[in-house]
Design a protein around this ligand. Structure first.
Ligand code: SAH
Ligand code: SF4
Ligand code: F3S
Length: 442
């Protein structure tokens, strides 16, 4: 049996696309393998969001030159966002690549592999717009209990720093019926937790229903029997309307966690980023969320070093962090992406200042994470048990509805069940708890 290996870079959408790629190849009789040196087909699912992600991919790809020389039958395929944005560069610079396929061409991966096997070298398929929704192809899920469910693909926002609208195209929503029936099928296969995916889930439905239907979709999914947790990401602050906040507050299956990327605190920078909200507007949304959803956790993405960022601008970012009390944050240093407006903006921030600001930001975030976690001491929190700890097999790792990790003593047969723990110790990145009761067996 022939084997394939997939290396995935980037966001959850890419992780999910990789599951679809695996599904397509398994359908064609290939078997997944963990070790790329044993694979007949090696696939890279790439990310172009920052230079660093792209460099890591090109590094990995170059390392395969010798393998390809030693085994000319090896098939190397490159998909995802770098393939979409830079097909020429890959074909020119990397003659050992057999297949380049764009984000919209993934459903045809099986045919492309077949063509490469028959020696039709350098198969390249990069379409500009979506033809087949990738959700129409089979998926080989990484986990039995959890599934990623894309609800909207692409992005119309064109934040001035961001490559994603160029690599994923315009917003394309699936119908509510299609999504609900997929979720029902997933539940019948044993899934109890889903994460709804989109670059901006709040816009869900706009392209097909003439207005956002995200709140309605959440309400409908909340009625799916047998499902226990509904997560979603990412929310755009400009579109997080009251009906969505109420849907989260009222839906018993909808987890009390909102990932709401702020990017920066200064209105001047937010305007230059084309984010379409102000610091005050963002903080007002945050207050509404805290008021409406007891115990909610709010996480974010923050970027430092956007062109022209002054110390004063940066202090506004720190101020938002203090006021919003984030439970965690993904932090990034601005990376110019060719073809985006920010890449050619003047007043690049010197590297030393960027990294000094980055460190100050992290120190503040870490302190607040810890304070938030300390406030949970003594509380009884429901966790879904995900795994046995790699370091100590008497310790289980679970996740709260608010997406926090709780480690506690317990036996391995509790994995993939829900349990109630009391929090006994708080750290910056995780909580320690004790098992109180075992809830539903999934
Ligand atoms: N759709 C999501 C985010 C997608 S990209 C949203 O709208 O928030 C994930 C994160 O990468 C972004 O939130 C941003 O913080 C970061 N990012 C995107 N482009 C970047 C760039 N050019 N340089 C540095 N960070 C970037
Ligand atoms: Fe990029 Fe902005 Fe779209 Fe998010 S909303 S994917 S940051 S353009
Ligand atoms: Fe990266 Fe593409 Fe996702 S650029 S963040 S993999 S949409």
């Amino acid at each position: 049996m022939k084997k394939f290996h997939i290396t995935t870079f980037g966001c959850q959408m890419n992780k999910h696309d990789s599951e679809r790629m695996a599904g397509l190849l398994i359908e064609r009789g290939y078997a997944p393998c963990g070790d790329p040196t044993e694979a007949d087909v090696i696939i890279f699912n790439t990310c172009a969001v920052r230079q660093h992600a792209e460099d890591r991919f090109f590094g990995n790809l170059n390392n395969l030159k010798a393998d390809k020389k030693a085994n000319p039958d090896l098939i190397i395929a490159v998909g995802g966002c770098v393939a979409q944005a830079e097909r020429e560069l890959i074909l020119e610079k990397c003659p050992h690549v057999d297949i380049v396929f764009g984000t919209h061409n993934m459903p045809n991966l099986g045919f492309m592999v077949e063509a490469a096997e028959q020696g039709r070298r350098a198969v390249c398929a990069v379409a500009d717009e979506i033809e087949i929704l990738p959700t129409a192809v089979p998926s080989a899920r990484e986990e039995a209990h959890h599934a990623w469910v894309p609800i909207i693909i692409g992005c119309n926002n064109f934040c001035s720093y961001c490559i994603v609208p160029h690599t994923r195209g315009r917003e394309t929503s699936r119908t509510q019926e299609d999504i609900v029936s997929e979720v029902e099928r997933l539940v019948s296969e044993g899934v109890i937790e889903i994460t709804l995916l989109g670059q901006n889930v709040n816009s869900y439905g706009r392209d097909i229903y003439g207005g956002s239907r995200f709140a309605q979709l959440l309400n409908r999914l909340n009625n799916v029997a047998g499902l226990s947790r509904i997560r979603f990401m990412t929310s755009h602050p400009k579109d997080l309307t009251d009906d969505i906040i109420y849907a989260i507050a009222n839906g018993d299956k909808i987890c009390e966690h909102v990932h709401l990327p702020v990017q920066a605190g200064s209105d001047r920078l937010l305007r230059a980023m084309n984010r379409k909200y102000t610091k005050e507007g963002y903080l007002a949304t945050i207050s509404k969320i805290y008021e409406a959803i007891p115990g909610v956790s709010i996480t974010t993405d923050i970027m430092v070093g956007f062109p022209g960022e002054t110390e004063e601008d940066f202090l506004h970012t720190l101020d938002v962090v203090e006021k919003a009390r984030f439970d965690s944050a993904f932090t990034f240093i601005f990376s110019p992406r060719e073809g985006t407006p920010a890449a050619t903006m003047a007043n690049e921030v010197p590297a030393g200042i960027k990294s000094e600001r980055f460190d100050r930001l992290l120190a503040l975030l870490n302190g607040i994470n810890l304070e938030n976690n300390l406030a949970l001491l003594g509380q009884e929190l429901e966790v879904f048990v995900e795994s046995v700890s790699k370091r100590d097999d008497s310790i289980l790792t679970g996740r709260t509805r608010t997406n926090k990790i709780v480690n506690f003593e317990g036996s391995a047969d509790l994995v993939h069940t829900e349990a109630v723990t009391r929090i006994t110790q708080a750290k910056t990145w995780s909580l320690r708890g004790e098992l109180l009761e075992v809830a539903v067996k999934s």
